[in-house]
Design a binder for this molecule. Structure first.
Ligand SMILES: [Zn+2]
Length: 234
């Protein structure tokens, strides 16, 4: 019990430090520059889900997932870079990463995911952190939930991120991290340690509002980064 309390305390301190540094970094409007790391140096790959024609989930009021994913992913990337952790992003703009040969939306989506998996696989030592937003038919559901790939170490990292979000940002969130469904292509086609963070529900009006707020995006990114950093240090 004592050990557990100490660990939680340490995590809280780290989350607070990351939140403070992250907020300062983003207030200053300075993201860490996109450094060109050697493949073996890259420790984190931050994936902003969807993009371009594939907007992902769309809220009842028309808010598109891909834009929020990018805002949060940029912040996660910036905060990890700020802490000296070499990270790279799979996309930094509102684009789909499909081959030029792909024509239909279905082909573009398949090509985009295939290309993401291929890039991630080129950095097998790096950890993939994929950023998404959730949606559900009923509006009452809210809160971050982290999913993990079947690869080694993924579950532990997912738990660390879930716990960092809960302790620093969502004290009432009782969700547990879960294995990723087999239908999620990217997470099942990479050899890397990999987690997918469903940051919140676009179908919940309150959370939909928060997810569009730059300050909340920074807090969320800082909590995700804290989970990553806390876990990386173990
Ligand atoms: Zn998504």
């Amino acid at each position: 019990m004592k050990k557990r309390r100490m660990r939680t305390g340490g995590l809280l301190l780290l989350a607070a430090a990351v939140l403070t540094a992250g907020a300062a970094l983003w207030r200053a409007g300075k993201a860490a520059p996109a450094a060109a790391y050697a493949p073996e140096q890259v420790r984190w790959i931050v994936d902003a889900g969807h993009g371009g024609e594939d907007g992902g989930a769309v809220s009842p009021s028309g808010v598109v997932e891909s834009g929020i994913n990018l805002e949060i992913a940029r912040r996660v990337d910036g905060i990890l870079g700020f802490y000296g952790e070499p990270a790279l992003m799979l996309r930094t703009e509102d684009v789909s990463l499909h081959d030029p040969e792909a024509v239909s939306l279905r082909e573009k989506k398949a090509s985009d995911l295939h290309n993401r998996a291929e890039t991630v696989s080129e950095y097998p030592e790096a950890t993939l952190v994929s950023i998404h937003q959730n949606i559900f038919q009923q509006s009452r559901y809210h809160g971050t939930q982290v999913f993990y790939a079947p690869t080694g170490g993924s579950q532990e990292l997912a738990q660390a991120i879930q716990s960092a979000v809960q302790t620093s940002l969502q004290p009432d969130n009782t969700r547990e991290s879960k294995p990723i469904p087999e239908t999620v292509y990217l997470m099942n086609h990479v050899p890397n340690r990999a987690v997918l963070v469903e940051c919140g529900f676009l179908s919940n009006p309150e959370e939909e509002r928060a997810l569009q707020d730059p300050a909340y995006q920074t807090q969320l990114a800082a909590a995700v980064a804290a989970g990553c950093l806390n876990h990386a240090g173990e």
